[in-house]
Design a protein around this ligand. Structure first.
Ligand SMILES: O=C[C@H](O)COP(=O)(O)O
Length: 261
């Protein structure tokens, strides 16, 4: 069964857009409007599922201006339904605002904010229970890769989620993002990426179900750009991309259309 190609744009804290800003600045309301307008006017392959993830403060603005058919993801969500949790945002608040996805387990949150596998898993469960789709990130550090622990690290991150959510992975998209490739310009080779994606699919088959292995989209993230996306998109187990820096540039559209180029 063909899996629908999926491309996510993770803006992180930035809304940098080359035509409006100097590099290093975070961007403005005007910058995000410009990015959205570019996407709204672009010719996008209708077979691709596109989800963009702006900083929290711009979620509503993005949803309001982005054309229908393109979805919006929060870069985080809390694992409790309501209460006194300063600074957090709930699943129901996202749903109420028309935000249909959450991006969870990004390595920047795992490392800088010390999010554990179990915490990521509990947030994934809360998001799924509340009806959101989840882009679930996993990936190894350079040290772990050099110690040949890549598959062990990635599958243990995924196992924590399987323990929490069980067998229904229909609303999870797995983003494999080797930490050493994020924002470094060092993209994983097509062989390196395909090898890990294949191993993740085998893990899904063994630990979750045949159906999850067959249907779950496994996307690649880490220095994806308009030049390297074509070869990566041809790999059997690469079902799309999670794009950071390049999602803030007009060429993001070329990455979205990588499969049909
Ligand atoms: O979530 C996206 C990844 O961290 C990749 O970021 P990057 O494309 O800037 O390397």
């Amino acid at each position: 069964m063909a899996r629908q190609f999926f491309v996510g744009g993770n803006f992180k804290m930035s809304v940098f857009y080359p035509s409006t800003l100097e590099k290093g600045q975070n961007g403005t309301v005007q910058s995000i409007k410009e990015i959205i307008e570019n996407l709204n006017n672009a010719k996008i392959d209708e077979n691709v599922e596109v989800v963009i993830s702006p900083p929290t403060i711009y979620l509503l603005l993005t949803r309001e201006h982005l054309r229908s058919g393109l979805e919006v993801a929060a870069q985080n969500v809390f694992n409790k339904p309501n209460g006194a949790f300063t600074g957090e945002i709930s699943v129901s608040q996202l749903k109420d605002s028309g935000i249909t996805w959450a991006l969870l387990g990004h390595s920047e949150r795992r490392t800088i904010l010390s999010e554990s596998d179990d915490f990521v898993a509990s947030k994934t469960k809360a998001a799924l229970d509340g009806g959101l789709g989840v882009i679930l990130c996993c990936g190894e550090s350079l040290e772990q890769r050099e110690a040949e622990k890549t598959i062990e690290v990635v599958t243990s991150q995924l196992k924590a989620v399987a323990d929490a959510v069980g067998k229904d992975w229909s609303k999870i998209v797995i983003a494999y993002e080797p930490i050493w490739a994020i924002g470094t310009g060092k993209v994983a080779s097509t062989e390196q990426a395909q090898e890990v994606h294949k191993a993740i699919r085998e893990w899904l088959k063994k630990e979750v179900s045949d159906e999850a292995a067959e249907k779950t989209r496994i996307i690649y993230g880490g220095s994806v750009n308009e030049k390297n996306c074509g070869e990566l998109a041809k790999q059997e187990d690469i079902d799309g991309f999670l794009v950071g820096g390049a999602s803030l540039k007009p060429a993001f559209v070329d990455i979205i259309n990588a499969k049909s180029k």
